[in-house]
Design a protein around this ligand. Structure first.
Ligand code: PEP
Ligand code: MG
Length: 323
């Protein structure tokens, strides 16, 4: 099977009925690029930049960050690279950013909430990204967005830094897409409103599922509630994808669910445009995608959402379709 997958390395990802899907890989550092290339990913769908901060004993400088971003962009050439601004907090700690202990870290001070408050740190990251933008096909993504106000504020800071750089004579790309992660149910529910203002969505199911089901993704005692195929999750995902498409935007997914072989047929059926996963899952997903008919999967997704009451029923339905 591995040898079969190997043959798909240079190919695009196309369904049985000829629909092209973008298959991307998630990375944490430039060191992960080998995996991206060796598995024939068509893009980097999520670059988790918090590792730059966590692997260092103090805030990484603008130049340190610029070097890392440039390395990734150049290595990918014309292929898109979605860089997520830092997502510290929750389970990810940063010793030199003296964060107080919280009762509910996953519901607390993390990601964009920190960035908007520690604006020097945020501006440094954005300047590094903007400077690197001329070296490839950069897309910038904000994590843990709950409200339109947060997105507008983050985007305004980005545009301010862009103006500042241009004033200083620094070259900045004019075609940087700016999007958000959809990982908080509040944002998923009003995706239609966000879709008017963002360039793209990337659904972060790791967090979206934990927040929707109110079940900590690290707590084994409640892991039975961590249900990617629960109709509630599928409906949220459908709303996000439909909202994006109505405004002519694209919707991707960078949570673990994007590489889950039971979920892929459903997500294809829901119209997901981009699937981003760990590099090691790319080839087997490309292989699966070749066997799936997108019209038939749309029918499957429709039935899963409207006829199934439970996650178990959804799994049963998918198995029936794949037989
Ligand atoms: C997610 O929440 O699905 C996601 C991709 O982000 P992270 O796993 O880094 O929280
Ligand atoms: Mg997340």
């Amino acid at each position: 099977q591995k040898a079969e997958w190997e043959k798909l390395k240079e190919e695009d990802t196309v369904t049985a009925d000829g629909k092209h899907i973008e298959l991307a890989a998630n990375i944490g550092t430039p060191k992960d690029l080998d995996g991206v290339h060796n598995n024939g990913a068509e893009a980097v769908g999520l670059y988790r930049t918090e590792f730059l901060y966590m692997d260092s004993s103090d805030f990484p400088t603008e130049d340190d960050q610029y070097t890392a971003y440039k390395t990734v962009l150049e290595s990918m050439g014309e292929k898109p690279v979605v860089v997520r601004t830092m997502d510290i907090g929750g389970d990810k700690e940063l010793p030199y950013l003296d964060l107080p202990h919280e009762m509910n870290p996953f519901l607390g001070y993390r990601a964009i909430r920190i960035s908007l408050n520690e604006s020097d740190m945020f501006r440094t990251q954005l300047r590094a990204l903007l400077r690197a933008s001329v070296h490839g096909n950069l897309r910038i993504m904000f994590p843990m967005i709950a409200t339109l106000g947060e997105f507008r504020e983050a985007k305004a800071i980005l545009l301010e830094e862009k103006e500042n750089l241009i004033k200083d004579g620094v070259e900045v790309s004019d075609s940087i897409q700016v999007g958000i992660m959809i990982e908080i149910p509040a944002a998923a529910v009003i995706a239609d409103k966000f879709a008017k203002e963002v360039d793209f969505f990337s659904i972060g199911t790791n967090d979206l599922i934990q927040y929707t089901m109110a079940a900590d993704r690290m707590n084994e005692r409640v892991s039975y509630l961590y249900q990617p195929y629960n109709p509630s999750i599928l409906r949220l995902i459908k709303n996000v994808i439909d909202s994006a498409h109505k405004e002519g935007k694209w919707a991707g997914m960078c949570g673990e669910m994007a590489g889950d072989q039971t979920a892929v047929p459903l997500l294809l059926g829901l119209g997901l445009d981009e699937f981003s996963m760990s590099a090691s899952s790319v080839l087997k997903t490309r292989s699966l995608m070749k066997t799936l008919d997108s019209t038939k999967m749309a029918e499957l997704a429709d039935r899963a959402i409207n006829e199934c009451d439970t996650a178990e029923e959804v799994v049963g339905l998918v198995e029936e379709y794949l037989k």
